[in-house]
Write a protein that binds this ligand. Structure first.
Ligand SMILES: Nc1ncnc2c1ncn2[C@@H]1O[C@H](COP(=O)(O)OP(=O)(O)OP(=O)(O)O)[C@@H](O)[C@H]1O
Ligand SMILES: [Mg+2]
Length: 307
């Protein structure tokens, strides 16, 4: 069955990060002293308060630069597929995941999850998905068990079986029994990451969005998480979208991979097809990392050449 996730020509831009507060304060003060209208001139680089000069605000909107985080991205993920998104830091991967998970609204384009539109039917989408990100939030004074029970209740899962299921999943992910009842704040980052993954699995989502699920995990833990991802797909036909910086993980886990750079998908295919897209692949051992390095960072190189 196809069309689990359909992403059509989506764009998302953010305002450029502003200057630090102290710098803005200093510069707007200076501009007021130098000429009553100076704020408008600074408006090209700064977010300037309209109290200083109302005309500056209009000019800022016209001239403010934007970061295009996701730039006309389209792809389709099939039911039961494990789809990887690779890309350099700032390439747009997390923004894309957040757009699919209804946490952000696209500026243009469409995303449909099992036929539901993420903008018009967000609740329907939320019922089908779960997301794990590197900055998962927990009640740090509470244990993984308590945090996960809380999460399960939010999803309306029956209390009786939940405890048993939580222990089962956490042990499966390699957590020790005693850690399950210790405050989260006493756990390492990797252990917290496992608790985050376990929480996402509790609701047995039809679509699981994993944003760098194995970043910061030791090699054994990585394998444990990867095995759980595979199991999910084979047992429940779960569709999985994941981002990673680990090329081996992407290659061994993903059916297809999209490589993103500067908000755009620069290549999409099976790991094998991506490797075969490099010239001379027959004569040398091309790795996914070679493909990644070849396809990403081009904009950076071009900019350097222009300067
Ligand atoms: N909330 C935000 N406000 C402003 N800019 C943002 C915001 N979120 C992301 N960006 C910008 O959008 C671009 C893409 O960021 P994103 O987090 O999607 O990248 P990424 O591919 O996930 O990177 P990483 O590999 O480091 O996690 C970056 O330039 C980032 O600075
Ligand atoms: Mg990210």
């Amino acid at each position: 069955m196809s069309g689990a996730v359909i992403v059509e020509d989506i764009c998302k831009k953010f305002g450029k990060p502003s200057e630090p507060f102290w710098k803005r304060l200093f510069q707007s003060g200076a501009s007021r002293k130098s000429n009553g209208n100076g704020a408008a001139a600074y408006g090209q680089q700064l977010t300037v308060s309209s109290e200083i000069d109302p005309s500056a605000d209009a000019q800022r909107i016209e001239t403010q630069k934007f970061v295009v985080a996701v730039d006309r991205v389209s792809f389709e993920v099939s039911r039961g597929e494990i789809f990887g998104i690779l890309g350099p830091n700032g390439g747009g991967k997390s923004t894309l995941i957040r757009l699919i998970s209804t946490l952000l609204i696209p500026d243009s384009g469409q995303v449909r999850v099992f036929g539901y539109d993420v903008v018009r039917q967000p609740v329907k989408v939320q019922q089908l998905i779960n997301r794990v990100s590197v900055e998962a939030s927990f009640f740090k004074k509470l244990s993984p068990m308590e945090n996960l029970i809380y999460g399960a209740r939010l999803y309306g899962l029956p209390a009786a079986e939940t405890r048993k299921k939580i222990v089962e999943i956490l042990l499966r992910l390699g957590l020790k029994e005693r850690d399950i009842y210790h405050p989260m704040e006493e756990m390492s980052r990797g252990m917290q990451q496992k608790a985050a993954i376990a929480r996402a699995l509790l609701s047995r989502p039809t679509l699981l969005l994993l944003d760098e699920p194995t970043t910061g995990l030791d090699p054994r833990s990585k394998r444990e998480v990867q095995a759980v991802v595979r199991e999910l797909r084979s047992d429940y036909n779960t569709t999985i979208l994941l981002t990673t910086h680990d090329m081996n993980e992407a290659e061994s886990l993903c059916d297809r991979i999209a490589i993103m750079d500067s908000g755009r998908v620069v290549a999409l295919g099976t790991p094998e097809a991506l490797k075969h897209s490099l010239p001379g692949w027959k004569d040398r051992d091309v790795t996914l990392e070679d493909v990644f390095l070849e396809l990403t960072g081009k904009q950076l190189k071009n900019n350097e050449e222009e300067e």
